[in-house]
Design a protein around this ligand. Structure first.
Ligand code: PAF
Length: 283
């Protein structure tokens, strides 16, 4: 049976008794787990002596008009998925446990990585992510931590956090897991109505098309026009952003002669649900 800890002292007591030589893998999550999370847990279980996962819906990474109160919570089912995929410990603290004063943000400098894409659309979001991930790293003290590439910008920011704060943890990015029609798995897919779900697939269809054909467009602006045209022609989704950036450093790429590896990022509202996806354009 997976062991569940709900308080920091209980968890710490367990953690300090682990043998020093034991490799600890960590998969932080906000719950509502799907096969994407399962793949992170099984990678960790293969590469470590013990896998610890956390389920914590972090208030400081939600904006005032976002879905914090309705974010899906299903701890029992999550615990089953974690156990099935090789996690032996679940840390599931309350908000008061993590933020004893009140869940307010403390400032982090995330420099240029944090002010574009989701950082521009969701002000303060990455500050909240960095805040909670660093708290969790302090509590869990993992050797290896696993994050999905669906949140590619988050992964880059966490790598930067680790480098800047000298955390002794190796960060592993794991490939996006997709539904059979291509939609990137996300806990927020649970919000989609049947009609919205059938439209949501347009995002991955566009990305797959661009991976094969982006060279045929004169520049990134031409691709952007194509993408907004496709979204409005094929769906009732509202494009939030589409950008082509360098895989390293997330710098703007205007034309293909650039030596940087281009990576496409998309976010769109499908009804009230904001979906994101991304793809490397180079092979
Ligand atoms: O990717 C997520 O689920 C969250 O942003 C994370 C990393 C668990 C921090 O709350």
């Amino acid at each position: 049976m997976i062991q569940i800890f709900r308080t920091i002292p209980e968890f710490r007591n367990f953690r300090k008794n682990l043998p020093r030589e034991m490799k600890v893998g960590f998969v932080p999550t906000m719950g509502a787990l799907h096969e994407g999370h399962a793949s992170l847990v099984s990678s960790s279980a293969k590469e470590n002596d013990i896998t610890i996962s956390s389920v914590f819906v972090n208030p400081t990474q939600f904006g005032p008009k976002e879905d914090l109160s309705k974010y899906p919570r299903m701890l029992e089912k999550d615990a089953e998925i974690l156990e099935k995929n090789g996690a032996t410990v679940l840390f599931a603290p309350s908000t008061a446990e993590i933020y004893p004063e009140s869940p307010s943000q403390i400032g982090f400098t995330i420099q240029s990585l944090g002010d574009k894409l989701c950082g521009a659309s969701r002000p303060g979001h990455f500050n909240g992510v960095v805040q909670v991930v660093s708290l969790l790293f302090h509590i869990v003290r993992p050797d290896n931590a696993y994050f999905g590439e669906k949140d590619f910008q988050q992964l880059m920011i966490i790598r930067q956090l680790v480098a800047e704060q000298h955390f002794e943890v190796n960060i592993h990015g794991c490939p996006i897991v997709r539904e059979s029609d291509g939609l990137a798995m996300s806990s927020r897919n649970l919000y989609l109505s049947a009609e919205e779900r059938s439209q949501a697939v347009v995002l991955s269809q566009i990305l797959f098309y661009l991976k094969e054909h982006y060279h045929q467009f004169k520049d990134a602006d031409a691709v952007k026009s194509f993408v907004s045209e496709q979204i409005s022609k094929k769906s009732v989704m509202r494009l939030d952003y589409f950008e082509i950036l360098s895989e390293k450093g997330l710098k703007d790429i205007a034309v293909w002669e650039n030596t940087e590896k281009p990576h496409a990022f998309i976010a769109a509202f499908c009804g009230n649900t904001r979906l994101i996806d991304n793809i490397p354009l180079f092979s």
